[in-house]
Design a protein around this ligand. Structure first.
Ligand code: C2E
Ligand code: MG
Ligand code: MG
Length: 706
C-alpha cells in the first residue's frame, strides 16, 4: 500500500526556494500522479502532470520543468523512448529525468541510464522520501550549473589574458589548449606528444618536470617562432601540477623584447651613425683583452678624429655635418668588414674581430684584435685613411676629409681600457701635431699629460698675450722661373711641455673663443713688418700669404684694419695675399664678396686655400674677385702614381687657367710631384721638398730681384 502524502513531513528546503522550482510528473496512472504532486507541493514545489508523450513534450517547451519524474510504462510510446526523445530537445538536455520503475526491475534500470535518465526510483514510492530525493537531485544540478558557470568565467578570464595555456598529462601528451591571444602558438595540436608541440628547450624542460626533476622555480624559456620580419618571441613557463600533469604557460614576449632591445640600443649605440658608443666599445675592448690569451698577439685601439670637421659643420650646416659623420661611419665599418672577410680562415696574423664606435663629435674608435705585429695596425690605419680620402658627396657638396689617428697597443702601452683610450687620444693629438692626415703610436715621448680643452684655451690666451706665439714662413716656388717668389705665414705655438702644438689643434680653439681675431690681426702685423724689412733689404718682390679665418672676415672693420696695417709699415698692398677657405665663401656670400671686392680694389690678392676639399661651384668662382687657387695637399700627396689625384690636379689647373686664376700646389714633398706639376703648367708650388715652414732667419734661397 502506498502511504498517504498527507502524512509526510515537509522537505527541509525553505518553501520559497522550492515554489520556484517546477517538477513535471509524467505518468498515466492518476493515483501516482496525484500523490506525487501532493507530496511535492507540500514540500513547496510547483508541479504539473502529463499523462502521455505528447503532453510531456509540450510541457517541456512551455512549462520548462527543473526536473521530470517519468514512468517507464506509458501509453503511446514507452517511457524509455520518451526519455531518449526528451534528451534530444535543447530545452531538456540538462534537466534531471528520474525514471519510475517497478521493484527489482534491474533491466529497466540499466536501460533507463542508457537512454539518458539521471536517476530512478522504485514503485511503490515511499512518499515522504520523494521531496528529499528531488531536493538532492536539484542540488546536484545546481552544483553542476555553478561549476559550469565558474568554468565559463575562468575560461573567459583566461581568454582575456595574453597567455596561452597548455595542459599536458603525466605521459607528456597535450590534452588542452586555452588561448586568448590571436598570436598564440601551437593551435590544433591537442593529442600530440609535447615534443611535437613545443620547441626543443621547452619540451626538454617539460619532460624533466614530468620526471619530477624541475627546479623549484618554474623554468622560463625564451624561444623564437619564424625568421625575419614576422619573427616573434615567446616565453614559456613550466608548472608541475599536484596530479602529475603540467601547465605550460606561453606568453608572447615580442613587444617586451623589442622594448628591451630599443632601450639597450639607446644605451649602447649612437643613434646618428648606428655605431656602438664609447661605453659598448670599452666593454668589447675589455672582453677582447681578456680573451687575448696568446701572448704574441696584440690588441690595438685606434682613436680617430676628423681633421677640419668643425669647419664643415660650421660653414655647411649640421645637416651636412651629420651626413658626413654617417658616411664616415659607413666607410669605417665597411672597410673593416671586407678586411675581415678577406682574412684567410685560421690565419692567426689577420685581425679576427674589429669594432668601430663613435665616441661623440667627430671622434671614432676602432678596435683591432689578434694582431701579429704593429705593422698590421699601421696597415689598417693607412687603409682607413685611403677610404676616407675618397671625396664625399653630401647634400650637393663635395669634399675630402682626412683623419688623424692615434694608436695605443695592448699589452705594450697598458692593460686598462680607459687608460689605453687616453693614450690613444694623446697619440691622436700627436698625429695632428705632425700635420694631420697621419697616424701616431703612443710612445715614450708622449708620457706627458695631454691638455684638456679648457686648459688649452687658457694656455693659448696666456701664450698669445705674453707674446709666446711665433710666425714661421714657408717658401713658395715659381715653377716657370724656379725662384722663390714669396712665403706663406704660418702660426706656431711652442709649448714648454708638449713641444710644438699644431695649428690644427689650436686654431679651432681660437676660432671658438674669438681669440682668432686679435691673433689674426697680429699675424698680419707680423707679415707687414716682415715685408717692410725685406723691402729695405732689397727683397721688395717677395710676397707674404696670410691665412684668414671666417671670423676675421665677418668683422666690418677687417678691411680697414688690414689696409691701415699695410700703410703703417709702408708696404704695398700687392705684396700681401690673403688665403681664405672655400667654406668661408659659403658662409656669408654677400658680405664676404663685398669685403673681397674692397681688398681686390686695394690691390691685395685673394687665394682659395685647400681647394678641392670644400664646395665651390664654378658659378661662384666666376663671380668672385679671386686671384689664385691652392690645390689641397691631399691631392698632391699621391702624385703622380694615383690616377685619380693626377686627374683632379690636372682638372684644377685647367679650371684655374680657364678662370684666369693662378694655381698653387701645396704639400709638394718630392721631385716626382714637382715634375708632374711643372709638366701640367702649375704656376707655383709649396711644400717640404721646397722648404719647410721655418723662422724667417732660416729661410733659404731668397734672392734679390735681378
Ligand atoms: P694651410 O693654410 O693649408 O697651411 C699649409 C699646411 O701644410 C701647414 O700646416 C704646413 O706646415 C703644411 N705643409 C706645407 N708643406 C707640406 C708638405 O710638404 N707636407 C705636409 N705633410 N705638410 C705640409 P700647419 O702649419 O700645421 O697649418 C695648418 C693649418 O692651420 C693651415 O693650413 C691653416 O689653415 C691654419 N693656419 C696656420 N696659421 C694660421 C693663421 O695664422 N691664421 C689662420 N686663420 N689659420 C692658420
Ligand atoms: Mg694656407
Ligand atoms: Mg692649405
Amino acid at each position: 500500500m502506498t502511504p498517504s502524502p498527507a502524512s509526510t513531513s515537509p522537505a527541509t528546503l525553505p518553501t520559497q526556494d522550492k515554489s520556484q522550482r517546477r517538477v513535471l510528473i509524467i505518468d498515466d496512472d492518476p493515483v501516482f500522479s496525484l500523490l506525487a504532486s501532493e507530496a511535492l507541493q507540500q514540500a513547496g514545489y510547483d508541479t504539473r502532470i502529463a499523462t502521455d508523450a505528447r503532453q510531456a513534450m509540450s510541457s517541456f517547451e512551455d512549462y520548462k520543468p527543473d526536473l521530470a519524474l517519468l514512468d517507464v510504462n506509458l501509453p503511446g510510446g514507452n517511457g524509455f523512448e520518451i526519455c531518449a526523445t526528451l534528451r534530444s530537445l535543447a530545452s531538456a538536455c540538462d534537466v534531471p529525468i528520474v525514471m519510475v520503475t517497478g521493484q527489482n526491475d534491474t533491466e529497466s534500470i540499466a536501460r533507463a541510464y542508457d537512454v539518458g535518465a539521471t536517476d530512478f526510483i522504485h514503485k511503490p514510492v515511499l512518499w515522504p522520501t520523494l521531496p528529499h530525493r528531488v531536493d538532492f537531485m536539484l542540488r546536484a544540478l545546481d552544483n553542476l550549473q555553478a561549476l559550469r558557470e565558474s568554468e565559463r568565467r575562468n575560461r573567459a578570464l583566461l581568454q582575456a589574458l595574453p597567455d596561452t595555456i597548455y595542459l599536458v598529462d603525466s605521459k607528456g601528451v597535450l590534452v588542452e589548449h586555452i588561448s586568448g591571444s590571436e598570436r598564440n602558438y601551437g593551435r590544433g595540436l591537442v593529442g600530440k606528444p609535447l615534443e611535437d608541440v613545443f620547441p626543443g628547450a621547452v619540451a626538454r624542460a617539460a619532460r624533466q618536470a614530468l620526471r619530477g626533476k624541475s627546479a623549484t622555480e618554474p623554468a622560463s624559456i625564451e624561444f623564437k617562432v619564424r625568421q625575419g620580419k614576422g619573427r616573434r618571441w615567446f616565453e614559456a613557463r613550466v608548472r608541475p601540477q599536484a596530479d602529475g600533469s603540467l601547465l605550460i604557460v606561453i606568453r608572447d614576449a615580442t613587444e617586451r623584447r623589442e622594448a628591451k632591445a630599443r632601450i639597450e640600443y639607446l644605451a649602447y649605440y649612437d643613434t646618428l651613425t648606428r655605431l656602438p658608443n664609447r661605453q659598448l666599445f670599452v666593454r668589447a675592448a675589455a672582453r677582447a683583452i681578456a680573451e687575448s690569451q696568446e701572448p704574441a698577439q696584440l690588441v690595438a685601439l685606434l682613436y680617430l678624429d676628423l681633421d677640419r670637421f668643425k669647419r664643415i659643420n660650421d660653414n655647411l650646416g649640421h645637416a651636412v655635418g651629420n651626413a658626413l659623420l654617417q658616411e664616415v661611419a659607413r666607410r669605417l665599418e665597411q672597410s673593416l668588414k671586407t678586411d675581415d672577410a678577406s682574412a684567410p680562415p685560421g690565419d692567426k696574423s689577420a685581425p679576427a674581430r674589429h669594432r668601430v664606435a663613435r665616441f661623440g663629435g667627430d671622434e671614432f674608435g676602432v678596435l683591432l684584435t689578434g694582431l701579429g705585429n704593429e705593422q698590421q695596425a699601421v696597415d689598417i690605419a693607412n687603409h682607413i685613411r685611403g677610404l676616407l680620402a675618397e671625396p664625399f658627396q653630401c647634400d650637393g657638396h663635395r669634399f675630402v676629409i682626412t683623419p688623424s689617428i692615434g694608436i695605443a697597443l695592448y699589452p705594450r702601452d697598458g692593460s686598462d681600457i680607459e687608460d689605453l683610450l687616453v693614450k690613444a687620444d694623446m697619440a691622436m693629438y700627436q698625429a695632428k701635431d705632425h700635420g694631420r692626415n697621419a697616424h701616431a703610436f703612443y710612445g715614450q715621448t708622449m708620457g706627458m699629460r695631454s691638455l684638456g680643452r679648457l686648459e688649452l684655451e687658457n694656455e693659448l690666451r696666456r701664450t698669445f698675450e705674453s707674446g709666446g706665439l711665433q710666425v714661421h714662413y714657408q717658401p713658395k716656388l715659381d715653377l716657370a722661373t724656379g725662384s722663390i717668389i714669396g712665403v706663406e705665414a704660418l702660426l706656431r705655438w711652442p709649448h714648454a711641455e708638449r713641444g710644438w702644438i699644431s695649428p690644427d689643434t689650436f686654431i679651432p680653439v681660437a676660432e671658438e673663443t674669438g681669440l682668432i681675431v686679435p691673433m689674426g690681426d697680429w699675424v698680419i702685423e707680423q707679415a707687414c713688418r716682415q715685408l717692410a724689412e725685406w723691402k729695405s733689404a732689397g727683397l721688395a718682390h717677395l710676397s707674404v700669404a696670410v691665412n684668414v679665418s671666417v671670423q676675421q672676415f665677418a668683422r666690418e672693420d677687417f678691411v680697414d684694419t688690414v689696409l691701415r696695417t699695410l700703410q703703417q709699415h709702408g708696404v704695398q698692398p700687392q705684396r700681401l695675399e690673403l688665403e681664405i677657405t672655400e667654406s668661408l665663401l659659403m658662409k656669408n656670400l654677400e658680405q664676404t664678396t663685398a669685403s673681397m671686392r674692397r681688398f681686390r680694389q686695394a690691390g691685395i690678392a685673394l687665394a682659395i686655400d685647400d681647394f678641392g676639399t670644400g664646395y665651390s661651384s664654378l658659378g661662384y668662382l666666376r663671380q668672385l674677385p679671386l686671384d689664385a687657387l691652392k690645390i689641397d695637399r691631399s691631392f698632391v700627396k699621391d702624385l703622380p702614381q694615383s690616377d685619380d689625384d693626377a686627374a683632379i690636379c690636372a682638372a684644377i689647373i685647367a679650371l684655374a687657367r680657364e678662370l684666369k686664376l693662378k694655381v698653387i700646389a701645396e704639400g709638394v714633398e718630392n721631385a716626382a710631384q714637382l715634375e708632374f706639376l711643372r709638366g701640367h703648367r702649375c704656376d707655383q708650388a709649396q711644400g717640404y721638398f721646397i722648404g719647410r715652414p721655418v723662422p724667417v732667419a732660416q729661410l733659404q734661397g731668397l734672392r734679390a730681384e735681378s
